[in-house]
Design a protein around this ligand. Structure first.
Ligand code: URA
Length: 233
């Protein structure tokens, strides 16, 4: 169940103020009854909602792009730290939302949040090999030889050999790395295995969805229809 005005804003057809106006103009019926209270609770899956007599198509699920700032954890609840859910504006919050995959507390950038468990599972499945692109900065210089070694796979301390990846060096101590897997602290451990240290990490793309650079850190927006398609394909 969610508020009538919120359900409309997540289907992105109208702004929040337009919806409030439409509701006040008594143009919406829920199961045949005119509703003029924006906080009226509806279930988009079972209620029949008409605007000007025409049935409204609500998105069953929501898909949100967040530019995660440092110091925020990628989980739904945490006793100590702020989570990616805590920092969402109230109008984006909804039951069942979770982040798709995890970024470390000190990693910034693209996090997708959804309540669509099936698509999320598919995107994260190792079989999908969804590409994740990160911008990184390191404490020590990265030679092109070391970049090549990393690209062909690195033996981590726990004995795991990473899958081949791509590195595009941008300077002696920065670059972009594209992974098709997502092991715990993977990039930090890869560079650690090469006696280096990650000093800054930002995810800039996930499964073809590119972080919107106009989104300041800590801000979010809904995925566009095209981005949704990339996520749910
Ligand atoms: N690799 C890391 O080490 N940290 C992240 O947050 C993501 C990938």
């Amino acid at each position: 169940m969610e508020r009538l005005d919120k359900a409309f804003s997540s289907c992105k057809l109208y702004s929040r103020s337009e919806i409030t106006k439409i509701i006040k103009q008594k143009r919406i019926t829920v199961n045949g009854v005119i509703i003029n209270d924006p906080s009226f609770k509806i279930d988009v899956n079972t209620d029949k909602i008409l605007l000007d007599g025409k049935e409204v198509e609500f998105n069953k699920f929501v898909y949100i792009m967040l530019n995660k700032p440092q110091g925020v954890v990628s989980s739904t609840d945490d006793g100590r730290d702020k989570t990616v859910i805590d920092i969402l504006p109230d109008s984006f919050k909804r039951d069942g939302l979770f982040p798709v995959g995890r970024l470390d507390k000190d990693t910034v950038g693209l996090v997708i949040l959804t309540d669509d468990g099936i698509s999320s599972h598919k995107r994260l499945s190792p079989k999908t090999h969804a590409e994740k692109v990160y911008y990184f900065e390191t404490a020590e210089e990265v030679s092109s030889e070391v970049a090549l070694e990393i690209e062909s796979g690195v033996l981590l301390k726990d004995g795991y050999k990473t899958l081949p990846c791509k590195i595009n060096l941008l300077s002696k101590t920065s670059g972009e790395i594209t992974l098709v897997e997502g092991k715990y602290h993977e990039i930090k451990r890869i560079f650690g295995a090469k006696s280096n240290k990650i000093t800054y990490l930002k995810r800039i793309s996930f499964g073809g969805i590119i972080l919107d650079e106009t989104l300041p850190e800590g801000s979010c927006r809904y995925l566009t229809k095209e981005e949704q398609k990339l996520f749910t394909k």
